[in-house]
Ligand binder design. Structure first.
Ligand SMILES: Nc1nc2c(ncn2[C@@H]2O[C@H](COP(=O)(O)OP(=O)(O)OP(=O)(O)O)[C@@H](O)[C@H]2O)c(=O)[nH]1
Length: 432
């Protein structure tokens, strides 16, 4: 069934000419140029062609148009001269502001949430990803529909104007959205159940799961490819990895580990998206260890780190004491000599930080060593005696622990094994 509310991708056709606007309300610690770069990068990731960037200082956001009237006029002029088809605001706009701006600028206006939804829509690769995006999108539209209706009605002077023109249509639209959302939720439940089954099956496999997290463009995919030796997703596509990709990788100290690449995080991630993407990020929630990839050469690297930690907390990842993190300070190749020396020195001082260049490979072996060491940090040495005929038991020990020594006494095979207490208990239970 088509609700008529599905995304019209042709609206943002590849190559659409766009102007990026940063309304600067002050008080942000972020670098305005870096912010404009990020938004331009996000837009370009879905094929929008960015022709201009504007940075407007706004003392107080205007309820009707966000910007002051002089600024709106200047922007309208820029739209006409540049023949722009789209203006992207790096801010959250109310439905009223969005519509008033569209009228004044005579072109389409998209806010940050709308832009992120477009990107998520384009990148969602699995059935679950697509369902989640559509749900988030409908949720966003439902909010706009209700409020814009109230606004229209007020313009008509029509409180108490129930049953007036348009109302029936809007009611019908809202019902259609509601029905469609209910259906999507049911489908999602089903998909989520299947996923949980798969995950449980994998959790019974003995390998630890390592999740790569990080701000968008930090270099997660580049590192993922380097660690796994795959060259998929080598393009510079923001959010190229909306759906987690899982690979087995060798890790010192364990037989192997499962590495999961996840979606890039952004600042001000709309709440409805955090909720909608929680399932996609479940790999992160249940991971044994997180590698937090940071673009250490970015001017806002500290703010980006805080954003990532906030999202991790929002989606329910346990504190670093329970789910250990290793920070990979990436792109050290871009630093000037002085900064590079300072970064390397600080990284060397900390046992949870490794300076790397995912691009050149510098530091990547050290990262693997550190991750392996963290994974095995809680490991202990056990003595285990098995009947020599227990080939499966012996194989399990080799796969799950580090066999330090083994010797045979009559019918008994002895093993001196280093492994996680959790694995030891699982092994003992298996025997019982
Ligand atoms: N100079 C330099 N560039 C890097 C390095 N690592 C990644 N890059 C570049 O940074 C850009 C983003 O890298 P990705 O690996 O796509 O980043 P990501 O974190 O997966 O991005 P999202 O999918 O948006 O979350 C690409 O242009 C990479 O080539 C590095 O160590 N040095």
């Amino acid at each position: 069934m088509s609700t008529g509310f599905e995304r019209d991708r042709s609206e943002f056709a590849r190559g659409a000419r766009a102007i990026i606007v940063l309304p600067d309300l002050g008080g942000s610690s972020r670098d305005a140029d870096a912010r404009l770069d990020e938004t331009a990068g996000l837009a370009e990731a879905i094929g929008i062609s960015v022709i201009e960037r504007h940075h407007f200082r706004v003392r107080q956001a205007k309820p009707a148009t966000m910007l002051g009237s002089g600024q709106v006029d200047a922007l309208a002029e820029a739209v006409r001269e540049g023949e722009a088809e789209l203006v992207i605001f790096d801010a959250a706009l109310t439905p009223v502001q969005q519509r008033n701006l569209e009228t004044a600028l005579e072109c389409k206006v998209l806010d940050r949430t709308g832009l992120i939804l477009e990107i998520f829509g384009e990148r969602a690769a699995t059935a679950e990803g697509r369902l989640q995006v559509e749900l988030a999108h409908l949720d966003y539209q439902a909010g706009r529909l209700v409020r814009s209706w109230t606004h229209l009605e007020r313009q008509r002077g029509g409180f108490g104007f129930l049953g007036g023109p348009g109302e029936t249509q809007i009611e019908a639209d809202r019902r259609m959205i509601r029905d469609r959302m209910a259906r999507l939720r049911r489908e999602l439940d089903q998909v989520a159940k299947t996923r949980t089954l798969h995950r449980e099956r994998r959790q019974r496999a003995p390998w630890p799961v390592i999740a790569l997290v990080g701000y968008t463009n930090a270099g997660k995919s580049t590192l993922f490819n380097r660690l796994t030796g795959s060259d998929v997703m080598a393009e510079n596509l923001l959010f190229a990895t909306l759906d987690p990709t899982l690979r087995q990788v060798p890790m010192p100290g364990t037989d192997k580990a499962i590495l999961s690449d996840t979606v890039g995080f952004v600042s001000d991630l709309p709440t409805q998206l955090v909720a909608a993407f929680k399932a996609t990020l479940e790999e992160v929630v249940s991971a044994d260890l997180l590698i937090h990839v940071r673009d250490i050469a970015h001017p806002d690297t500290d703010a980006q780190r805080a954003d990532v930690e906030t999202v991790l907390e929002e989606i329910g990842v346990a504190s670093p004491e329970i789910t250990p993190r290793v920070e990979a300070w990436n792109k050290v190749d871009l630093l000037d000599e002085e900064r590079r020396a300072a970064v390397l020195e600080e990284a060397a001082r900390r046992d949870d930080v490794v300076a790397i260049s995912a691009m050149s490979g510098e530091g990547v072996d050290a990262l693997t060593e550190t991750v392996g060491a963290k994974l095995t940090a809680g490991h202990r040495r056990y003595h285990i005696a098995l009947p020599t005929a227990d080939g499966a038991g012996a194989a399990w020990l080799h796969a799950n622990g580090e066999v330090l020594d083994q010797w045979i006494e009559g019918e008994t095979a002895n093993y001196d094994v280093r492994m996680a207490p959790r694995d030891y208990e699982r092994f003992i239970r298996r025997d019982a």
